[in-house]
Ligand binder design. Structure first.
Ligand code: B1M
Length: 222
């Protein structure tokens, strides 16, 4: 079981997406992150463990190598593809399929930022908890968040940012939307974001992981 998780982490780290992917050449013809994730689910491993101890472990190693200049953007992209392809298999385990929603949340990665893996995880977990997600995608401007808020379907907005530069854009988004819609709540997250920063920009809450966001929605936004 643990061996499978190690293999999944290795596949993400090396960008081995699935059986058909020819990259990396020394793994051509071998099972990739996709098949191994399927196998892990079939053998009864929990989706959460596959995510944390397999996929995310691999992606964290990628982050360290990228930071240290040992790998480059194409390597990170292919690793992200391996992770995303496998996450599709985990989706049904996070999304319960409840018919009646508890409410809606607008979600997006802030302007200038293209990272969406964390945001997509938040989306899956909160959907799994019975929330409808209005996903605005990546590189989302303050105007777009405001327009979505003005549709009136959601009373809470979730912002994600992965860069120390783009997290600065959270402030303008919170200000612009709260200016017109003072009752709307903001939750923020992403690797460089902190609860101190959240408080500074007038966000209502910060969470380091999706479960915290879901618990907040359930307790503060229904
Ligand atoms: Co980028 N990148 N990247 N990258 N990239 C980081 C973030 C970096 C830390 C890597 C490094 O140097 N070690 C670094 C940022 C440095 C900094 O600003 N402090 C960095 C950089 C520099 C860049 C570029 C600028 C590189 C360049 O072009 N020179 C560039 C920027 C592009 C842009 O956005 N404009 C860039 C590009 C990319 C790729 C496109 C190649 C790719 C993204 C692919 C994609 O997302 N579709 C990528 C990736 C994959 C990463 C790393 C390796 C992994 C990020 C990730 O997906 N982590 C990352 C290094 C790292 O983090 N280890 C890195 C897994 C994900 C599940 O975690 O998103 O933190 P995370 O989400 C967590 C929590 O934070 C939380 O829940 C999730 C689960 O626990 N969470 C929330 C997130 N949002 C939340 C919202 C909430 C609540 C919780 O409420 C609403």
């Amino acid at each position: 079981m643990i061996e499978l998780l190690t293999q999944i982490a290795d596949c993400v780290e090396r960008g081995k997406v699935d059986l058909n992917s020819k990259y990396p050449p020394d793994l051509a013809g071998k099972e990739g992150a996709y098949e191994l994730t399927k196998k892990a689910l079939d053998t009864g491993l929990k989706a959460n463990d596959i995510l944390n101890d397999g996929l995310m472990t691999g992606m964290n190693r990628v982050g360290v190598k990228f930071r240290d200049g040992k790998i480059f953007i194409p390597d990170v992209l292919i690793a992200a593809k391996a992770m995303k392809t496998s996450m599709e298999l985990l989706k049904p385990y996070f999304i319960s399929g409840e018919v009646k929603h508890k409410g809606s949340i607008i979600l997006g990665t802030v302007a200038g930022d293209l990272h969406d893996i964390g945001k997509n995880l938040v989306s899956m977990v909160v959907q799994g908890g019975g929330w409808n997600v209005i996903d605005l995608g990546v590189d989302v401007s303050a105007e777009k968040f405001l327009n979505a808020a003005n549709e009136g379907e959601a009373n809470v907005i979730g912002l994600s940012a992965l860069l120390t530069s783009t997290m600065q854009n959270m402030k303008g988004i919170v200000e612009k939307v709260k200016n017109e819609q003072p009752m709307i709540k903001f939750i923020v997250g992403g690797a460089p974001v902190t609860s101190k920063y959240a408080a500074e920009i007038g966000a209502d809450a910060y969470f380091a992981e999706p479960q915290g966001a879901l618990e907040y929605l359930n307790s503060e936004c229904v």
